[in-house]
Design a protein around this ligand. Structure first.
Ligand code: C6P
Length: 391
């Protein structure tokens, strides 16, 4: 049996999404900016796709939704543009991010820090969450941006973006949220969240890889990251990824249709699975369930290196992760576990199981049996587990 429980890394493309994309590879392959029928036959499908995307995040018509190549590009764009517009010009000197942002925000923040910007990294609390008050405590009249993710990719922890948005509005500071792990799992509504910028990525909600987006509120315009032609109103140059945009539109529509299933049925399956995992001795989950996206579990098995557990799971055909896929090669401990101050033993033992609407009960039952066997086997050979005090 093969079981895919790494849906926070990427998801299967929904067959209906694939079906809608297919004509745009070998039949309707025109460049939308050309002046012939090969181009014009792409216009209506692109328009329909953009409408689905606007509707999916409840973006008003007057605001912009710009298609990018991925969330990494969207996140880079916001931070770098703010740097060029506010920091380099000397109007402001400071940004605020959480200490557990995805590397596409974190590395960009570090880069602009190296260019002279002051960066505040907001700490997470013992539940792996951000306290909105900490944003208020750190905002100054020199703050050019607050960037706090909507849901954490490692724990699934949902951050208080609505409250943070209100604080930013009060101080008139632009607010960006990386909603990559939220779209399709919890309601995402740019009008009720008071956000100025919102990042999303199609491959996290059963759309194709290589296409994402950035919502930009009117009045909070950015300067382009990619200069060139007039595509996307000159905001993001480069020939449009027609198939990708069509696919993202369809995936967004389906994600909204499936939201109740995700929030009720996937959550119920996740909760049951988690209950069973927690029956295994010496297991820990950081963020409370009701404060998490419905599909995610980050669980530590004391005494077992995350990579060793992944090996056993993989041998049994099960895909999970030790955290963010981008950081999977560095063998560092999980950044969220570190940030909550977990001891070194525990910080290396986290495993992320992330479900999707395609996950079945049978798959979870099978995974549970494999996990139990792996825990037994790996603890028998674990020196750190054998000598754990007070156990
Ligand atoms: N997180 C994970 O395993 P791209 O691939 O550029 O469209 O998405 C990047 C990204 C940005 N923000 C968040 C919150 C994310 O979770 C991701 C992707 C994957 O957690 C791969 S590193």
């Amino acid at each position: 049996m093969r079981v895919y429980l790494d849906n926070n890394a990427t998801t299967i493309v929904d067959p209906h999404v694939f079906q809608e994309m297919e004509p745009f590879f070998v039949q309707k392959y025109g460049n939308p900016n050309s002046l012939h029928s090969f181009a014009s036959e792409t216009h209506q499908p692109l328009k329909d796709a953009m409408e689905r995307i606007y509707a999916g995040i409840n973006a008003p018509r007057e605001d912009s939704v710009v298609v990018t190549s991925c969330a990494t590009e969207s996140n880079n764009w916001v931070l770098k543009s703010i740097y060029f517009q506010y920091i380099l010009t000397g109007r402001k000197n400071h940004i605020i991010v959480s200490e557990v942002e995805h590397p596409s925000v974190m590395a960009t923040a570090k880069f602009i820090e190296s260019q002279g910007c002051r960066v505040t990294y907001l700490p997470i609390n013992h539940e792996g969450l951000i306290d909105a008050q900490s944003v208020r405590d750190n905002i100054t009249d020199k703050t050019a941006l607050v960037s706090v993710m909507m849901a954490n990719n490692e724990t699934g922890g949902i951050f208080p973006v609505q409250e943070i948005g209100e604080i930013c509005k009060e101080y008139n500071v632009p607010f960006h949220t990386d909603a990559v792990q939220a779209v399709g799992k919890i309601p995402v509504n740019v009008q009720s969240f008071n956000v100025d910028y919102l990042t999303f990525s199609a491959h996290k909600f059963h759309g194709p890889k290589g296409v994402g987006g950035l919502y930009i509120k009117k009045g909070r315009e950015l300067i382009p990251l990619l200069h060139g032609g007039s595509q996307m109103g000159g905001l993001r140059s480069g020939t449009l990824n027609v198939a990708g945009i069509v696919g993202m539109g369809k995936a967004m529509e389906q994600a909204i249709d499936a939201l109740d299933y995700e929030m009720i049925d996937v959550r119920a399956m996740r909760d049951n699975f988690e209950d069973e995992l927690l029956k295994i001795e010496d297991t820990f989950v950081v963020t409370p369930r009701d404060k998490r996206t419905p599909n995610t579990i980050l669980i530590s098995f004391r005494g077992i290196e995350g990579e060793a557990m992944l090996w056993d799971l993989n041998c049994a055909g099960i895909a999970a992760s030790t955290g963010s896929a981008c950081a999977s090669e560095d063998l560092e401990s999980n950044p969220v576990m570190e940030a909550i101050g977990a001891d070194a033993d525990l910080a290396h033992t986290a495993i992320r199981f992330s479900l999707s609407r395609y996950t079945t009960q049978e798959e979870l039952d099978y995974t549970l049996e494999v996990v139990k066997k792996a825990v037994k086997r790996l603890r028998e050979i674990s020196s750190s587990y054998a000598y754990t005090p007070n156990r």
